[in-house]
Design a protein around this ligand. Structure first.
Ligand code: FAD
Length: 504
């Protein structure tokens, strides 16, 4: 049976683009289709969390998003009595550490983030197919036959897998009859990207602090001359989103006549929901991103969680397509759904706090402590002094034996697994798909200042196996390393002959 492509990705938002970039760099064939004829032009998800920055580094465009965006400004909260206070968005000023190179969230409007992602995808030789809509599909034991509609008419695509990264109203989720339980939160809001006069760009202006129904938040969008206006509105009725309409809304709520909206480049009215899909996979079809979870924008979690869904799924699809056991794909839902469930609680809690004017984004919002302890992919009993299987693998500066400065994240970057040995006596023979790196005197990496030992709490003779998505798969001792690795890798790699490592 012939296939047009390995993976059909429906929806070229942040989740679809992440998956496409990951598959493209792995040389896995895919089609990325997008129903809109033009790229999305709104600011919506404007906050990029530190964990997502790490993923963007791995995918090769972190400096480009950093150059395009900027830090969040302080909040300026105006009280109804005319006083105001200035405070930070985070609980305190946060600084990078050796283990966490990105500390604070970056602000970049979603349209600009997606533009950088499309540019990265183009470098890898691919483009989304705009104006192409998934209109139906059927699956069998070997693949998915999908019907596409567009300006040039209907056509069929046969793919081994289909991934619906098609947003909160996901066609794929509906077609699979996956339940999407949760709550309507009884909050409707506007979001608009505007040019305006009367406010400076040094702070995020928040009017009507502690007055949930009449709040207005006006945020200068880094990297642009736009402001993003957000405000709750009545649950029913038309909202005037013209420059005059927004100027009037701001004047009524703030009492200020000196703020004038001159132009609106994008706007939307939306009702807030917190919903989580019952399943992320049916057979050869997956959902990821907002297709699998929707929630309030508070905390800046949605785009980030969507990127991280796709990043979790990409290497698993690539591995299974190359011959790894299909059961590996079950770990996608098992790992990602609990993360989304917790994120729904976080963003809903923060919505409540934002409405009272008390919201602070703390460490949890930065997503650096998310992980997969307890996952079937986290080798049981793997405990280091500081980390354990399932944890995010920390960064650490080190030096190559040739004398050059480097970092663990540079060693991890790419689509391989990494087996990091700390002052080992011997070294396993090469394993396809696994980069073996040893640390210590006479080894390829020097941990001169002890930063690797500090970050991992690792002891001489221990080995850390790091997944392609930067999480610790297992921590092993030299004794019995070969058989342990063989057993583990047989579940995740295309082929790992059981005897490859037995003698190591
Ligand atoms: C006001 C607001 C503020 C927000 N702030 C933040 C923030 O600060 N940080 C953050 O992380 N998140 C934020 N979010 C959430 C963020 O915007 C979303 O979580 C994110 O866009 C989800 O990305 P996605 O790729 O899953 O889906 P989407 O961005 O919705 O992309 C889905 C794509 O699929 C396409 N599509 C749909 N059906 C089909 C079909 N049948 N065929 C082909 N294509 C199809 C759609 O046209 C769309 O382009 C905010 C959201 C809002 C509303």
């Amino acid at each position: 049976m012939s296939f047009d492509t390995n993976v059909l990705i429906s929806g070229a938002g942040a989740a679809g683009l992440t998956l496409a970039i990951d598959l493209a760099r792995r040389g896995v064939s895919f089609r990325l289709v997008e129903q809109n004829t033009q790229p999305f032009s709104g600011s919506r998800g404007k906050g990029i969390q530190p964990r997502t920055m790490e993923i963007f580094e791995d995918l090769g465009f972190v400096d480009r998003v950093a150059a395009a965006g900027g830090p969040y400004p302080p909040l300026c909260q105006y009280r109804p009595d005319g006083t105001h206070k200035v405070s930070l968005l985070t609980e305190a000023e946060v600084f990078p550490t050796l283990a966490e190179p990105y500390a604070a969230p970056l602000m970049l409007p979603q349209f600009a983030t997606e533009a950088v992602m499309r540019e990265r995808l183009a470098e890898l030789g691919h483009h989304p197919r705009f104006g192409t809509r998934l209109t139906g599909f059927e699956q069998d034991a070997h693949g998915v036959t999908a019907r596409m509609g567009g300006e040039t008419g209907e056509h069929m695509i046969r793919a081994r897998f289909l991934v619906g990264t098609d947003g909160g109203r996901s066609f794929v989720r509906h077609a699979l009859a996956i339940d999407f339980p949760g709550d309507a939160l009884g909050v409707r809001a506007i979001v608009a990207d505007v040019r305006l006069e009367g406010l400076d760009r040094s702070v995020w202006h928040r009017f009507q602090l502690g007055s949930p129904a009449t709040q207005v938040m006006i945020c200068p969008l880094a990297g642009t001359d736009l402001f993003q206006v957000q405000a709750p509105v009545a649950l029913e009725g038309e909202i005037d989103l013209s420059p005059a309409g927004l100027t009037a809304l701001i004047e009524v709520r703030t009492g200020r006549e000196d703020i004038a909206v001159r132009a609106v480049s994008w706007s939307s009215v939306y009702a807030m929901n917190a919903r989580l899909a019952d399943r992320y996979r049916v057979g050869r079809v997956f959902i990821a991103g907002d297709a699998a979870h929707v929630h309030p924008p508070t905390g800046g979690q949605g785009l980030n969680t969507s990127v991280q869904d796709a990043y979790n799924l990409g290497w698993k699809l690539a591995s299974v397509l190359a011959g790894a056991p299909e059961a590996l794909l079950d770990s996608y839902e098992a790992e990602r759904r609990p993360i989304a469930s917790n994120m729904l609680h976080l963003s809903t809690r923060l919505l409540g706090e934002a409405r009272q004017g008390t919201m602070r984004r703390d460490r949890e919002a930065r997503q650096l402590d998310l992980g997969y302890r307890g996952s079937s992919l986290s080798a049981p009993g793997s405990m280091g002094g500081k980390v354990q299987a399932g944890d995010r693998a920390p960064d650490a500066p080190c030096r190559g034996q040739a004398g050059q400065r480097t970092r663990l994240f540079t060693v991890f970057q790419g689509f391989h697994w990494t087996l990091l040995g700390y002052q080992p006596h011997d070294r396993p023979s090469a394993i396809a798909g696994v980069r073996i790196v040893t640390v210590g005197a006479g080894h390829e990496l020097a941990d001169e200042d002890g930063d690797i030992a500090e970050a991992y709490g690792i002891e001489p003779g221990q080995w850390v196996l790091v997944r392609p998505d930067g999480y610790i798969a297992g921590i092993f001792s030299s004794d019995g390393l070969g058989p342990q690795l063989s057993r583990y890798l047989a579940h995740v790699l295309p082929s790992c002959p059981a005897d490859t490592l037995e003698g190591s």
